[in-house]
Ligand binder design. Structure first.
Ligand code: CTP
Length: 400
């Protein structure tokens, strides 16, 4: 998969830099062309000589060569690369990347890169957990960078926790996986729903739920990365849905979501319904704010349309329709019932009994059930990794 691929490996000043020569060996063995760029501080951890020997190219760190005045073009390098991997990535360089700062050569190439960028942050556990570090990771994910989560284990400080760089073999796998799946959904039109719906009681109050939209957002990004043309139908959330290949339609109520879905669905090849749609909406919405003195004791509700079931009825043979099931008991039976009743090709089951699964978290634990009765349970993973798993099931269904 990596044969002939041009890869920039950006190294910053972390102790895990000593593992990068091994990574470069692995990349070269796969047939990749590797250009190393280091920050000045990274040279304290691994020498440019070692890196240039294994990569078979001079290592870059400065804008120009002091003696002869020749200079390195960050723009050309940014255009040259098929992928850019930053490993190990320190909290310092990551913060600069998140803020668009370009005060060394490596950072200017990051800003010039048009290729996919992968980043593997590495640091001590308390630094890693600091809210600013976590915010910067989220910011880079929002920018479309591929996050390679650090591993848990023994750290250079002697402490144990999350912050170790993933081993070179795993970093290689991340790149290989990306290039192998790269075009899997090219030319496909995909619809994804995400987030909650808000059902208005009056102009200022609503009935809603605590869906963050993160799962649907991760699915939409995973499809876009693999070449799909994505329409994301998104209920009210805080997510900034700016991402290449994704067109977002913002909706508020279940009725608006239904209208948008019915319009978009006939033109789609694949639809994944991850939104937490309200099952009920107020029977009447007051046109003015309800005053405390006139407050009703009871709010009458009426059911909303089941959007997914509606699409199940419209579905053509050439379309793939996936739903979610959020359950708290008899999970598998309920999910299987929903799969049949709503005429789905697959259903993704979340159990609220699993720690780290469901609303608001950055992780999820799923079981996927297909119409041909394949049942597969996955371990707890980040929502991005869960999205990749869902896509690989859909890819298998497409090939059948
Ligand atoms: N769904 C939908 N429209 C609704 C309700 C749900 O399209 N009005 C979709 C969700 O996006 C999800 C699936 O249906 O993909 C299952 O949602 P869930 O809340 O688990 O199930 P319900 O069908 O609402 O059934 P119940 O509340 O009885 O579990």
């Amino acid at each position: 998969m990596l044969k002939g691929k041009k890869i920039i490996v950006g190294i910053t000043g972390g102790i895990a830099a000593y593992k990068i020569p091994l990574l470069i060996r692995l990349l070269k063995k796969e047939g990749a062309e590797v250009q190393v760029i280091m920050t000045p501080f990274a040279k304290e951890f691994v020498t440019p000589l070692t890196l240039s020997v294994v990569s078979e190219k001079p290592v870059l760190s400065d804008y120009y060569v002091k003696d002869d005045g020749s200079w390195h073009s960050h723009v050309e390098l940014g255009l040259w690369a098929d992928a850019f991997l930053l490993a190990p990535l320190t909290a310092n360089t990551m913060a600069k990347m998140a803020a668009g700062i370009a005060d060394n050569f490596l950072l200017t190439v990051v800003l010039s890169a048009r290729c996919p960028v992968f980043f593997a942050p590495t640091m001590d556990l308390d630094m890693f957990q600091h809210p600013t570090v976590q915010q910067n990771i989220q910011q880079l994910i929002r920018l479309g960078y591929h996050y390679i989560e650090p591993a848990e284990g023994e750290l250079a400080s002697g402490l144990k926790g999350k912050g170790r760089m993933k081993e070179p073999e795993v970093l290689l796998e991340a790149l290989t996986r990306f290039f192998s799946g790269e075009r899997a959904f090219a030319g496909k039109k995909v619809m994804v729903t995400a987030g909650p719906t808000h059902e208005p009681i009056d102009p200022v109050r609503f009935i809603g739920n605590s869906s963050s939209g993160k799962m649907g957002w991760a699915i939409a990004r995973a499809f876009a990365r693999q070449g799909a043309d994505v329409r994301l139908i998104m209920g009210p959330t805080d997510i900034q849905t700016d991402f290449p290949g994704i067109q977002t339609l913002s909706v508020t109520t279940a009725a608006e979501m239904e209208k948008a879905c019915k319009q978009v669905f006939p033109e789609t090849d694949i639809a994944v319904m991850a939104a937490a749609v309200a099952d009920f909406t107020p029977a009447e919405t007051a046109s003015e704010k309800i005053k405390k003195a006139n407050g009703p004791d009871v709010i009458h509700l009426k059911p909303t349309a089941d959007i997914l079931a509606g699409l199940g009825k419209m579905k053509r043979k050439d379309q793939i329709l996936a739903g979610f099931a959020l359950e708290t008991e008899q999970e598998l039976e309920h999910a299987k019932e929903k799969l049949k009743k709503k005429n789905l090709d697959l259903i993704v089951l979340n159990s609220l009994r699993d720690k780290g699964a469901g609303f608001g978290t950055d992780t999820n634990k799923i079981t996927v059930i297909t119409a041909d009765e394949m049942v597969k349970t996955y371990p707890l993973k980040t929502k991005d990794a869960v999205a990749e798993d869902i896509l690989s099931v859909i890819k298998n269904l497409m090939e059948k």
